[in-house]
Design a protein around this ligand. Structure first.
Ligand code: NDP
Ligand code: PYC
Length: 345
């Protein structure tokens, strides 16, 4: 990715900690509890830092309008339940998923290390972010992590006539000897909804096969997808099956809402999907001893030997390394808007 936020507008570079502080101030000024504001600000700044612009500061207006509409509770206190040797449940209380994960994390890791595997089922939660920040830290501690989250009805299942599924991402992280973890994070729709919004804002077409208009006809016009149209799963029936799996794991299994299971029409301004999230954390040392990370390295090297020049996660790591030296890239207009929201002149 080039040195842009995806647009041609002027940009600035902001120190990561300054961006976190700015976002934290915005969230607290808009009624979010201090600890929740800290978690959301860190998450949002992390996505921006890594060049994940569809889930960085671009999301702030959606967070704030959801909060203002009363749809999501920025002060909810997650309730963690220790339900079995390898199973933790959290009721996020109608608040955000990330503070629920943070609250349950120590118990989840303890169980994964003791039993070799542990599941975290989050329900009654709003996830409006990229998913990789939820899994990457586990791999940094030597664990393997997989997470799924469902979102809101905007994807037509393969063979269906109307949207039903969410954009339903799957994220995976695993340690790799001698490098940062291997991480991928992908929507099961052809495009993330956020990328369609960005394409509409920037006046770009989306790739053929991404979505349909309100008549169900294929379109590359992002506005037609957003205004009465819908997205398609990636890879036809295969992506559709994965999206169905996400609905089952993130909603049916956790007790959260399906992507079609909530109605936000009574809360104008609501943007955050009220669903569920599942994490599975594995201690690879219970497999082949400490060999896992070196086997990861072997696989990566073999992929490189056959010509792979870009692994999932590498673009983000490059953006991160650059941001650490030069600061996080933010659009100048966007930064001014953020400063206004934070009450800074
Ligand atoms: P992308 O299609 O941009 O990327 C998917 C994955 O493939 C990433 O891990 C990416 O790595 C990797 N990748 C991309 N291009 C290449 C390539 N040429 N070679 C090798 N690897 C590649 O992501 P999506 O558009 O599917 O999703 C964007 C974000 O939207 C995700 O973070 C997702 O969690 C989020 N999202 C959140 C939802 C929610 O409900 N909270 C719903 C849907 C999406 P890299 O990151 O290094 O580019
Ligand atoms: O980009 O598809 C998306 C999305 C949905 C909820 C948060 N992000």
């Amino acid at each position: 990715m080039s040195d842009t936020t995806g647009s041609t507008s002027p940009t600035e570079r902001v120190p990561f900690e300054a961006l976190v502080a700015l976002l934290q101030r915005i969230f607290t000024r808009h009624g979010v509890a201090p600890e929740v504001a800290r978690v959301l600000a860190h998450n949002c700044a992390t996505a921006q830092r890594d060049g994940a612009h569809s889930h960085g500061v671009f999301r702030v207006p959606g967070y704030l309008s959801s909060l203002a509409s009363g749809w999501v509770d920025g002060t909810a206190v997650p309730r963690v339940e220790d339900v079995a040797s390898g199973f933790v449940r959290v009721d996020a209380g109608g608040g955000f998923a990330q503070p629920a994960l943070a609250a349950a994390r120590p118990l989840l890791v303890e169980k994964a290390r003791a039993a070799g595997i542990a599941v975290l089922a989050i329900r009654n939660s709003h996830h409006f972010a990229a998913l990789w920040p939820d899994v990457e830290p586990f791999a940094q501690e030597g664990l393997v992590a997989l997470s799924v989250v469902n979102s809101m009805t905007c994807v037509v299942p393969h063979g269906g006539q109307k949207p039903l599924f969410g954009t339903n991402p799957i994220a995976f992280a695993a340690p790799c000897e001698g490098s940062a973890p291997i991480v991928f994070d992908m929507a099961t729709s052809a495009l993330a909804h956020g990328d369609v919004q960005i394409a509409a804002r920037e006046g770009h077409r989306v790739p053929p096969g991404s979505g349909v208009d309100r008549e169900g006809q294929p379109t590359t016009d992002p506005a037609a997808i957003l205004e009465g149209g819908a997205l398609l799963p990636f890879g036809g029936h295969k992506g559709s099956a994965l999206s169905m799996m996400v609905e089952l794991l993130a909603a049916a299994l956790t007790g959260g809402n399906f992507s079609f299971g909530f109605d936000w029409s009574g809360h104008p301004g609501a943007k955050t999907p009220w669903t569920g999230q599942l994490l599975i954390v594995i201690d690879p040392d219970k497999g082949q001893g400490s060999a896992f990370a070196s086997r990861s390295r072997e696989l990566v090297e073999r992929m490189q030997d056959v010509g792979v020049t870009r692994l999932a996660g590498e673009r983000r790591y490059r953006e991160r390394a650059r941001a650490q030296v030069e600061g996080v890239l933010v659009g100048r207009e966007e930064l001014t808007r953020l400063q206004g929201l934070a009450g800074k002149v």
